[in-house]
Design a protein. Structure first.
Length: 339
């Protein structure tokens, strides 16, 4: 295990002004997204779409790393350059999704556990050979009546810790993603309490597995009101609640917290991140983004599966990347949207 390499990679992933593009949609998921633009989800169309994102001129100014899917990391750009090499040549760190998805947790209705530990050591070795220098594993936690259960939190944080230890053994930085879903009518106070509990359990599990925190990135939810709640917290309230939550539960040794966007709109995800970075309070970690849909939705709509729309799609992608890059240093302003 090369601790210096792990720490350098993690620091690079959390570099100020940049964040992570989550382009790791599974084949079924990207198929659903292609359905919205009436484009067939063929292997070539998936490759062409990822290619337009990764070859966008200047994306490296705002993107520090890209999470890829198993199919994508094995594909190449139009000129034949393998995607991991293409990214590395730009100074962007290649990454890979390694979990096998969230499955029903036996005995606990409405809760899930993420699978994929079997054979992970061998897969990580192969992915390292393909160029991956970080990985991602997503756990899913649901808020509801008497949810989440202790068992659900325990089994998912334990799996995240085992995954993280295996990654670092392979000199791959683990992104640990304990996503607490914001579906429901719960208040921001409930989101806060649940997030503190889950993150506290996560870092206890990581400590039990002797995970090197300086070589680890956290990818959490923001602390939001439930999407169906009648009492929606303001941008400022979300920023304060989220940062306070992490001050209570995330060790200072973690170099970066790269938020997922969840079901937020593109602009709202940017506004929340920006407001957090404008807070005049102690933040020992870099606060950045690891967005999928919030970076890609506009680009996907502009592309519509047509080669003639590639330039427009790249422009839409770069715009969102630039706005979020500014938000990582508290420099985003609404006027940027119409610039």
């Amino acid at each position: 295990m090369n601790l210096e390499q792990l720490e350098m990679t993690a620091q690079g992933m959390a570099a100020p002004g940049r964040g992570i593009l989550a382009a790791d949609e599974s084949t079924p998921t990207i198929g659903k997204r292609f359905d919205t633009i009436n484009t067939e989800s063929t292997e070539e169309n998936r490759r062409a779409y990822r290619d337009l994102l990764l070859t966008a001129s200047g994306m490296e100014e705002y993107i520090s790393g890209v999470i890829m899917y198993d199919e994508t990391i094995r594909q190449s750009s139009d000129d034949g350059t393998p995607f991991p090499q293409l990214l590395s040549d730009k100074g962007v760190i290649p990454g890979i999704k390694v979990d096998m998805g969230a499955k029903a947790l036996a005995g606990f209705d409405g809760e899930k556990v993420t699978e994929g530990l079997d054979g992970l050591r061998e897969r990580l070795s192969e992915y390292y050979g393909l160029g991956a220098r970080f990985a991602k594993w997503r756990a899913v936690i649901t808020i509801g009546e008497d949810l989440p259960s202790y068992a659900c939190v325990d089994v998912n944080t334990h799996a995240l810790a085992r995954y993280a230890a295996l990654c670092q053994e392979a000199d791959i930085v683990p992104i640990v993603e304990p996503e607490i879903l914001m579906d429901g009518e719960h208040t921001i106070e409930t989101s806060f309490e649940t997030t503190v509990d889950v993150l506290s359990a996560l870092f206890e599990a990581l400590a039990d597995m002797d995970v090197f925190l300086e070589g680890t990135i956290l990818k959490p939810n923001m602390v939001l009101s439930g999407y169906d709640s009648s009492d929606q917290a303001s941008v400022e309230e979300v920023a304060e609640a989220t940062v306070t939550c992490f001050q209570r539960s995330v060790p200072a040794a973690v170099p970066g917290i790269c938020f997922l966007s969840g079901g937020q709109s593109d602009i709202l995800a940017t506004e929340h991140l920006n407001a957090m970075n404008q807070l005049a309070t102690e933040k020992p970690w870099k606060l950045s983004f690891s967005y999928g849909r919030a970076l890609q939705a506009a680009a996907l709509t502009a592309w519509r599966g047509e080669a003639s729309n590639v330039a427009a799609a790249q422009s839409a992608f770069l715009h969102r990347a630039k706005c979020n890059g500014a938000a990582t240093i508290g420099g985003y302003a609404p006027e940027m949207e119409s610039a």
